[in-house]
Ligand binder design. Sequence first.
Ligand code: DQA
Length: 146
Amino acid sequence: MSKPIYILNGPNLNLLGTREPEIYGTSTLSDIETGLLRLSANNALVFRQTNHEGVLIDWVQESAEKGAVLILNPGAFTHTSIALHDALKACAIPIIELHLSNPEAREAFRHVNFVAPIAQGRIAGFGAYGYELALKAAQRLILQEG
Ligand code: DQA
């Protein structure tokens, strides 16, 4: 059986739909997951969210072992977590960094990024649609590898 695509979401993304909708939109994380399942074709998806840095790191390590591609919206850990950076560095599968907003166009503290140097590519600024774009990119990577 082929390996799943991991889609991991970091802190506060459980609040999508009500959290700063002018920035993050009105779709909930559950809406996003449902939309992705419709587009997943032959690819199994592992879709998760946590507010805890250590849990996210455990899941990154799991994705490296069991997954084909990692799509990661690290939330604010993008800008703070050297531990996440190190976990991603140890991850041999392709990593797609994903953000609903465009952090580069926001506050200066969001311009610090510990994830981008390790990611294969990055999707940011397209709201919930970015998840669909990331899934398409992951599916393309899997086809290229297979
Ligand atoms: C985010 C951007 C981060 O700067 C922020 O801390 C988030 C969400 C995004 O999806 O736009 O929590 O990752």
